[in-house]
Design a binder for this molecule. Structure first.
Ligand SMILES: Cc1cc2nc3c(=O)[nH]c(=O)nc-3n(C[C@H](O)[C@H](O)[C@H](O)COP(=O)(O)O)c2cc1C
Length: 215
């Protein structure tokens, strides 16, 4: 049995392309692996709190010395980290907002990438003192954007701060492999958009096969 954690980040409940992709991925994954455990977080509808000065102070207070108030401040982070730790596959369905990720998704990442939980920090390691504590996970990134050309060698590749940002930080989510499917052209609503959607849905079964062989 593997564990699938699905994170939905679109602020839209209706007509969301990334949510629809995520739903199809989940459905096909669970159909091919019915015994799998499924954990779901709708952070688009219920965004996690932004981290704060007190949150950071609580994180840097040794566990046994935290006040009740500090433990309460970290309670959501603790639960989100438990969910992440359990997961073998993390599926994040998300829109591109302002060339990057939605604030809700950044808030989730800030809550789960936490010192002495998901990574350790040691200056004895030299110029790269951070090391993830988790490993072996696969990340499935299902994205939608209004413009186009954000892929490799595309006309807007250098404007894409969504996929590359998530890929960089995914190391500290314990991710070894990233799979990405993107829909583009939503704002144009033309045949290119239609083709982009078709090609995204066509890619899902092959991607599931590749992940299943590697997990
Ligand atoms: C607040 C906001 C910001 C957006 N910023 C961008 C952007 O920077 N680049 C882009 O290509 N599309 C942008 N879009 C278009 C969305 O990425 C597109 O509508 C996408 O389909 C939204 O995902 P969803 O359908 O899952 O809700 C933006 C849309 C919104 C609502």
């Amino acid at each position: 049995m593997t564990v699938l954690l699905h994170i939905d980040a679109s602020a839209r409940k209706e007509r969301s392309i990334s949510r629809a992709l995520g739903e199809t991925f989940k459905h096909q994954w669970l159909s091919s692996k019915p015994a799998d455990k499924f954990i779901y977080r709708d952070i688009g509808s219920t965004p996690p709190d932004f981290i704060s000065e007190s949150w950071i102070a609580a994180v840097f207070t040794p566990e046994g010395k935290r006040t009740d108030e500090q433990n309460l401040l970290l309670a959501l982070s603790d639960v989100l980290i438990e969910e992440l730790t359990e997961a073998d596959v993390i599926a994040i369905s998300t829109p591109m907002y302002n060339y990057g990720m939605p604030a809700s998704l950044k808030a989730w990442i800030d809550q789960v990438v936490r010192v002495n939980k998901t990574f350790t920090f040691d200056l004895n390691r030299g110029d790269f003192p951070l090391e993830p504590t988790l490993s072996g996970k696969s990340l499935v990134l299902l994205t939608s954007c209004g413009e186009f050309g954000f892929g490799e060698n595309g006309t807007r590749e250098d404007m894409n701060h969504l996929g590359p940002h998530i890929q960089t930080v995914s190391k500290y989510l314990g991710v070894d492999e990233v799979y990405e499917i993107s829909v583009e052209y939503q704002e144009f609503g033309d045949n290119r958009h239609k083709r982009s959607i078709e090609s995204a849905y066509e890619s899902i079964p092959g991607m599931i096969k590749s992940i299943a062989t590697n997990t």
